[in-house]
Ligand binder design. Structure first.
Ligand code: MN
Length: 233
């Protein structure tokens, strides 16, 4: 009996990952397929993702999966900034460890960095509040701390995806007027210290030394070009 109940439990948990798995070819991408099942965890992770457009994926563990929102401009520490997010498909818990490059041409192709990670503490019952479209919580990450608010926007109907707003609450971790300063000051991975360019270069099938640190080589090439132009003049 217990075995049956466990099996039923697993099937129910796994079903919310159907959308995630349908979008991906796990023969080609190194992203996790996802099998971990647990309840009561409190992981939060923010992944910086250089897909067609750079964005930040904000994820909160709830009911054994990572509820996920794509934040176009990334989080802001200014309580006056309401950052628009698109609520995207649930991701498996293992995704919180994923850092690497999704191959070009695959869904979400581009480098993924673990930009911040830690635990979240919701106010009230998170499943109930989530269903109501409002989550108030505290974050204990390396970069993001203090109180935050996620609120679902009223839809126009017929829209495939929900828009939510991510807002920093006014507390000692808020930085009024800060805009994107945190994103600029803290651009690197919290697990490897790497930049997005380094993650992309490390994952490339053939390593070319010149590609390993483009930030250093490109300005040199520009300098050389400027110098040679001056010589011609
Ligand atoms: Mn993404």
């Amino acid at each position: 009996m217990l075995g049956d109940r466990r099996r039923g439990h697993k099937v129910r948990k796994a079903s919310s990952l159907g959308g995630y798995r349908a979008k991906r070819n796990f023969e080609k991408t190194t992203e996790p397929r996802g099998s971990a099942v647990r309840s009561g965890g409190s992981l939060f992770v923010v992944q910086k993702h250089a897909a067609r457009r750079l964005h930040y994926d904000f994820r909160l563990e709830l009911n054994g999966v990572l509820k996920s929102w794509a934040v176009a401009r990334g989080p802001s520490l200014d309580p006056a900034d309401r950052r628009l997010t698109v609520h995207v498909e649930d991701h498996p818990l293992e995704y919180g460890d994923f850092e690497g490059a999704i191959p070009a041409g695959e869904y979400g192709g581009g480098a993924v960095m673990v930009w911040d990670r830690g635990t979240w503490l919701p106010d009230g019952d998170p499943a109930e509040e989530y269903a109501k479209g409002r989550l108030r919580f505290s974050l204990e990450g390396k970069k993001l701390k203090g109180r935050w608010f996620l609120a679902r926007m009223r839809g126009r109907g017929g829209e495939k995806r929900e828009n939510w707003l991510l807002i920093k609450s006014d507390d000692e971790f808020a930085r009024p007027g800060a805009g994107d300063s945190l994103l600029d000051e803290e651009p690197l991975s919290v697990v490897s210290g790497r930049s997005l360019d380094a993650i992309a270069a490390d994952a490339a099938p053939v390593r070319k030394p010149r590609r390993r640190n483009p930030a250093r080589t490109i300005p040199l090439r520009i300098c050389a070009a400027v110098r040679s132009t001056r010589l011609i003049e």
